[in-house]
Design a protein around this ligand. Structure first.
Ligand SMILES: C[S@@+](CC[C@H](N)C(=O)[O-])C[C@H]1O[C@@H](n2cnc3c(N)ncnc32)[C@H](O)[C@@H]1O
Length: 420
C-alpha cells in the first residue's frame, strides 16, 4: 500500500497539498498517551459504536478509513479501536509523515497510511465499515466529487462521519481572510506572527471574537495559517450540507451532537416560535435553528448510503419498539445534583456542547430511571427495576418523553439491535 496517486491533480489540489505540506494541521503531536488513556474504556467505545450503528450488534474489528487524516487522526483511531483495521490517506506527504511517526512510536500494527487524494480513493481497492472525513471536504476544489468517491468505498451498511465548516458563525473568519487577500498577506512565519499580533488588537465586537472564544487555539500561530490564509475554504449552511450529501448518494442519519439543532433543547424550546419550528420537516427545523443560533462554526454529522436499510440507524419513539431499546450513557455527560432548581433532582449536561443553554433538568422520578441505566438493560427493564419493583405505577407517555429528551440532549445513545 505504498506510492502516490498517478492521477493529475487540479491546480486547487496542488495549492492545497502544498499548503498542508508547509502548514500541517492540526499541529503535529509527539505522543498520544493521554488520548489512549481516554479511550481505554469499554463503555466509551460501546457508546461510540452505537452512536453510529444503533441497530447493529457491537463489534470492534471494523475497517475504518480516515480520509484526509492530517497529522494524527488516523493514529488516534488506531489507538481507539485496537482490533480494527485503520487506513489513513492524505494528499500531503508531511501529514502522512507525522502519522507514520506516531505509528512507529505507539507500535500501531493496525494502521496503514498512504499519500493519496480522496478523489483517487478507489485505488485502495477496498471498502469500509466506517469513513471519517472531518475538516477536509470544504478544502476540495469539487467537494461533491470527493464525497462521491468516498461513498463509492463505503460498505452498504457502513457509516460516515463528516465535518464541514458552517457559514454564519465563521463570518469573522471570512472577513479576516478577505483582509489578508486585499493586503497580499502570504503564509510565511513573519506574516503569521504579525497577524497574531493584529488578532490581539481586534475590536471586541468583531464577528471573529465569537470564534476566538469557541476556539481559543486560533490565537496559536500554527492555527492562524489554516484559518486565515488557506487557499481554498468554503462553508455549508444546513440546506447546502443536505444538498451536498444528497447529490453524493448519501442520507442524513444524525448530528454527531444533536442538542444544538433540536427544537426540544435549550433556548430554542422556549421561544414563542418553537411549536411552529417543530411542525417543519427535519431539515427545515435544523435550517431554522442554525439561523436562530447564528454562531455555528461547523456541522458534524453521521451519514449513510442512501440505499442502506434505515432501520440500522433510525431511532423511533412511535409504536412500542422503544421499550426494547437499551440506553447507554454518552461519555462526557455530567449529572449535577448541587444547587439545582427547587423540586429538581439533578441537572444533566454534556461537556462537549459548545452552547451552554443545553441543560436538562430532571425530576426525582426521572433520576431513578437515569440511575438504572447500565448499558445492558432495556427501557422496559429499567422501568421495572426503578419504578415497578418499588410499587410505583409507570406513566408510559412521561417515560417515553423522558428517554426521548435524554436522547435529544446527547445524554444517551441507544442500542436497538436485538443482539448487543
Ligand atoms: C484541516 S486538516 C484536517 C485533518 C484531520 N481530518 C483532522 O480532523 O484532524 C485537512 C487535511 O485534509 C488533507 N486534504 C486536503 N485535500 C485533500 C484531498 N483532496 N485528498 C486527501 N487529503 C486532502 C490536508 O492535507 C490536511 O491534512
Amino acid at each position: 500500500m505504498n506510492g502516490a496517486s498517478t492521477v493529475p491533480l487540479t491546480e486547487i489540489s496542488v495549492r492545497v497539498r502544498n499548503f498542508y505540506d508547509q502548514h500541517p494541521y492540526p499541529p503535529a503531536i509527539e505522543s498520544l498517551e493521554e488520548y489512549q488513556r481516554h479511550w481505554d474504556n469499554q463503555q466509551r467505545r460501546r457508546a461510540d459504536f452505537y452512536l453510529f450503528w444503533p441497530g447493529r450488534p457491537y463489534r470492534k474489528n471494523q475497517s475504518i478509513l480516515i480520509a484526509g487524516c492530517g497529522t494524527s487522526q488516523a493514529a488516534k483511531h488506531a489507538l481507539r479501536w485496537p482490533e480494527a483495521q485503520i487506513i489513513g490517506i492524505d494528499s500531503s506527504a508531511t501529514s502522512v509523515h507525522c502519522t507514520e511517526q506516531l505509528k512507529k512510536k505507539h507500535n500501531l500494527m493496525n494502521l496503514e497510511v498512504r499519500t493519496l487524494a480522496i478523489e483517487d480513493v478507489s485505488e485502495l481497492g477496498m471498502s469500509f465499515d466506517q469513513i471519517v472525513c472531518t475538516g477536509v471536504l470544504h478544502h476540495l476544489g469539487d467537494p461533491e466529487e470527493g464525497l462521491t468517491a468516498l461513498r463509492g468505498v463505503l460498505k452498504r451498511e457502513g457509516a460516515m462521519q463528516l465535518m464541514v465548516y458552517a457559514p454564519y458563525g465563521r463570518a469573522g473568519i471570512y472577513m479576516l481572510q478577505d483582509f489578508c487577500r486585499r493586503l497580499g498577506i502570504e503564509a510565511n512565519s513573519r506574516a503569521i506572527r504579525d497577524l497574531s499580533r493584529a488578532l490581539c488588537a481586534l475590536p471586541s465586537a468583531h464577528p471573529l471574537q465569537n470564534i476566538l472564544m469557541q476556539s481559543p487555539e486560533l490565537r496559536n500561530e500554527k492555527t492562524i495559517a489554516d484559518a486565515l490564509l488557506h487557499p481554498q475554504d468554503r462553508a455549508y449552511s444546513v440546506p447546502q450540507f443536505f444538498d451536498l450529501i444528497g447529490k453524493s448518494g448519501l442520507a442524513f442519519g444524525r448530528w454527531l451532537r444533536q442538542a444544538a439543532y433540536s427544537v426540544h433543547c435549550g433556548v430554542v424550546a422556549k421561544i414563542p416560535q418553537s411549536q411552529a419550528i417543530a411542525r417543519l420537516p427535519g431539515l427545515e427545523q435544523y435550517a431554522a435553528i442554525e439561523l436562530f443560533r447564528g454562531t455555528m462554526i461547523r456541522h458534524s454529522a453521521i451519514v449513510y448510503r442512501d440505499d442502506c436499510d434505515s432501520s440500522m440507524y433510525a431511532i423511533n419513539f412511535n409504536g412500542d419498539a422503544w421499550l426494547d431499546y437499551v440506553p447507554l450513557r454518552m461519555p462526557d455527560t455530567l449529572c449535577v445534583q448541587e444547587g439545582v432548581p427547587a423540586g429538581a433532582a439533578a441537572v444533566l449536561l454534556n461537556r462537549t456542547h459548545t452552547y451552554k443553554d443545553l441543560l436538562l433538568i430532571i425530576s426525582p422520578a426521572e433520576k431513578k430511571l437515569l440511575d438504572a441505566i447500565d448499558g445492558q438493560r432495556s427501557i422496559a427493564e429499567i422501568v421495572q427495576r426503578a419504578l415497578v419493583t418499588a410499587g410505583k405505577v409507570p406513566h408510559w407517555d412521561d417515560i417515553r418523553a423522558f428517554f426521548e429528551r435524554l436522547w435529544w440532549h446527547d445524554q444517551v445513545v441507544f442500542c436497538t439491535a436485538t443482539e448487543s
